[in-house]
Design a protein around this ligand. Structure first.
Ligand SMILES: Nc1ncnc2c1ncn2[C@@H]1O[C@H](COP(=O)(O)OP(=O)(O)O)[C@@H](O)[C@H]1O
Ligand SMILES: [Mg+2]
Length: 389
């Protein structure tokens, strides 16, 4: 029997559409002799839908069509089965069933441990990083702090909360000025370059911070690397093993790699695949080895698994390598970086699912609850004197 894979995508995130593109690419490339594709699309207003039309990218240009033909469901664990139950009508009809969940979601409120937590609670095996890795990887400030303790270089930075800026902006501006202009201002937990801007002086800095504050309560300001080369390396594996992919060099057309550069470079959106890139990157052999080693270490330090992409900034004046950020569920799952290393996309997906099933079985061997019910010998709460420990 085929293994049923529930591809979960969409959600209430600014990267909703990018997630649809990434998921449709994956659903098209999976080996259908071995796996059955079950699309599970979370709309922006958080309805969970399923149906074959959700495998086709053209369906998403007509939401009326989706509302009419896709079925609204909830996932229910029933003994060893994970059922997709219809939400309509008197009876809770089972529409479909999945064996493994494959979240292909990007951004805040979903990629950041949220969907992982939901799947954990239902005990569904799922592809990719656990809650901890996902949430740390989504927060650029936490990521930096962990990498610093592991002696992995990150660009100098200052961070603060919106209320701190709103109550005492002069102190914060002073702190930022120790980095020297130009600086780059980022919402700490977003992606796809949303809310990011460069500032060359105090006036621009204030505008940049106001912009970032629209998206996030936590703001990060970094020193700008002026003579920049940007490279990315994907990693697959789990807590025991990590394997680096080919390394790409990404080319920006604006001051920094924008949403436009990433997803719309060739006019029509194809997700991360449309970014202008040199593959493999134009770097020395030593730099390549350093990136591969660092990528494996970042993967391990941040508790990642599945397929991730680690993004780097190289200062070409000093030849210094800095980790910019991890992407715990990268756009297009970085399949092109694996294809370049000789691994077809279908094989990448196959390996990720096999790894997930193995890791799930190992995890289930660990004790998670006790058979005995300690409450059987519990005499009840005897008035207010009884202390619960
Ligand atoms: N410190 C920096 N110096 C120069 N350019 C930067 C720096 N940080 C980010 N950038 C540019 O901004 C882009 C987006 O920043 P990034 O931190 O990757 O945010 P996102 O999570 O939105 O992708 C990067 O791809 C790069 O082009
Ligand atoms: Mg980035």
């Amino acid at each position: 029997m085929k293994i049923r894979i529930g591809f979960i995508f969409g959600g209430d995130t600014v990267e909703h559409e990018v997630s649809i593109i990434s998921a449709v690419q994956a659903m098209k490339n999976i080996d259908e002799n071995k796996y059955e594709v079950v699309p599970i699309y979370i709309t922006k207003d958080l309805r969970w839908l399923t149906g074959n039309l959700l495998k086709d990218i053209n369906s998403y240009s007509d939401y009326d069509l989706i509302n009419r033909y896709a079925k609204e469901i909830t996932i229910v664990k029933d003994k060893e089965d994970y059922l997709l139950k219809s939400k309509k009508g008197l009876f809770n009809r089972t529409i479909n069933q999945i064996d493994v969940a494959f979240p292909i979601v990007h951004g805040n409120n979903i990629e950041d441990g949220t969907i992982q937590g939901y799947l954990n609670l239902l005990k569904i095996p799922y592809v990719g990083s656990n809650i901890l890795g996902s949430s740390v990887g989504q927060d650029k400030v936490f990521t930096k702090k962990i990498l610093e303790t592991a002696n992995i270089k990150v660009v100098d930075y200052v961070w603060f909360y919106d209320y701190e800026y709103e109550t005492n902006n002069q102190d914060i501006i002073k702190q930022i000025q120790t980095l020297e202009y130009p600086v780059i201002v980022k919402p700490a937990t977003l992606g796809s370059s949303i809310g990011i801007s460069l500032a060359k002086n105090e006036k621009q800095l204030k505008i940049a911070i106001e912009e970032a504050i629209k998206y996030d309560r936590k703001i990060l300001v970094e020193k700008v690397i002026k003579n920049l080369k940007e490279v990315n390396c994907s990693v697959t594996g789990n807590y025991e093993h990590a394997f680096p992919s080919a390394i790409e060099e990404v080319i920006k057309e604006e001051d920094f790699l924008s949403y436009q550069d990433k997803y719309l470079a060739k006019g029509k959106s194809k997700g991360m695949v449309s970014t202008n890139r040199i593959l493999p990157a134009n770097i020395s052999h030593e730099m390549k080895l350093k990136i591969e080693e660092t990528s494996k270490e970042v993967f391990k330090q941040l508790n990642l698994s599945g397929v991730c992409r680690i993004d780097y900034l190289i200062d070409q004046d000093t030849n210094e390598l800095y980790v910019n950020e991890p992407n715990t569920i990268p756009g297009s799952l970085s399949f092109y970086l694996w294809e370049n290393k000789g691994k077809p996309y279908s094989q990448l997906l196959d390996e990720l699912i096999i790894q997930t099933i193995k890791d799930y079985k190992n995890k289930m061997k660990k004790t998670s609850s006790f058979e005995t019910n300690i409450l059987q010998n519990f005499n009840g709460l005897k008035g207010s004197k009884t202390k619960l420990k």
